[in-house]
Structure formats: C-alpha cells, structure tokens
Design a protein around this ligand. Structure first.
Ligand SMILES: [Fe+2]
Length: 194
C-alpha cells in the first residue's frame, strides 16, 4: 500500500496532494475491510447448516453483491484521488488488524451470531473513517455515509434473527465471534425446547 510519504502527482480539485494522500490512506483501510467482509459473507453462505439454511444462504448473496459494489466505489475513489488502490490478497492480509473469520461449518443461527460481531467491527471502523474524512473531503465522507446506510441495514437483518420478542439480542455481551455464535445457538435451542 502507498506510504504516506509517496504523494500523488495530482488529486481532485480543491484538495492539496497531502490531503488527497491522507484520504486515500483512510480509504485503503476500508477497501481491505470490505474486501475481507465480502469474502467472509461468501464463506458463511457456503457453510451454514440446519433448518434455517435456505433463508440465511439466500439472505447473504445480496449483501455480498452490495459490499462488492462498495469495494469497487472505494477503489475508484482512491484512483480518482491520484493514488493507486491495492486490491491484492497478500497486501490485504499484511495490512489487516483483525483475524480471519473463525467459524467453519455451523448452524445458521450460530453463524449469524458471529456475523453480528463482524458487522459491529466493520461498522465501527467505517463510521470512524467517515468522521476522519468529514473535514478533509466531503465527497469521500458522503461515499462512506452511503455505505453505512446499507451496512447498518444488513446488520439489522442479521440481528433480527437474534432478537427476542422482548427486543433483546442473544449475542448481548459477547465480544468474540465464537462466544457470540455460542450464545446465539443456545438461545435458539432454548426457544425450540419451549
Ligand atoms: Fe451461491
């Protein structure tokens, strides 16, 4: 990925090349995060099992398509800013600060519990990136806010499966994917036994 010291030869009108480089650096992190999210969503699409298989399997694909469109828009915004976007998997893995998604074949509700955690992390970082670009580049800020409309909607789709009639999330208090998957699975089992 481009180092901060490598300034672009040009950037969008009204921004300094320093600001263009700073905005592109923020966007490169979001490019990595959303590329990772798109792959993780497909992994879940392939690995869900159990009675909720088809609902969850089919819910995931439109999310993959939307996230891939976000990735494309981010990469093209980086290029528009005069910086080369980096889309290779080795660069993504070298730069990321999170671990691979930790669950293989598992029940649909367990995966949704873990995916709740995944979306929390992605959305928190996307909101931070939106805040960080608000004063530098309103166009990039608007792009990221647009993504948040969809990402937060998808997060609700996931959470609606984990929510009790009283409005509580079965993943409440969990801080890891595995713990969230366990809590979600346990709550679903209890609901079935009732
Ligand atoms: Fe498929």
């Amino acid at each position: 990925m481009a180092r901060r010291t490598e300034l672009p030869k040009y950037t969008v009108p009204s921004l300094t090349v320093e600001d263009g480089a700073a905005v592109a650096a923020v966007l490169q992190k979001r490019l990595n995060a959303l590329n990772d999210l798109a792959l993780t969503l497909k992994h879940i699409h392939w690995n869900v099992t159990g009675p909720h298989f088809i609902a969850v399997h089919e819910m995931i694909d439109p999310q993959v398509d939307a996230v891939r469109a976000m990735v494309d828009a981010i990469a093209e915004r980086i290029a528009t800013l005069g910086v080369a976007p980096v889309g290779t998997p080795g660069a993504l893995v070298a730069d990321r600060t999170w671990d691979d998604y930790s669950i293989g074949r598992a029940g649909a509700i367990e995966h949704l519990g873990a995916l709740d955690e995944v979306y929390v992390g992605v959305i928190e970082d996307h909101r931070k990136a939106a805040d960080d670009t608000e004063d530098l580049d309103t166009v990039t800020n608007d792009l990221l806010i647009g993504h948040l409309h969809e990402l937060e909607l998808f997060h609700w789709f996931v959470r609606a499966h984990l929510e009790s009639a009283g409005g509580e999330l079965s993943t409440h208090g969990a801080t890891t994917e595995k713990a969230a998957a366990r809590s979600a699975g346990k709550a679903a089992k209890q609901a079935e036994d009732r």
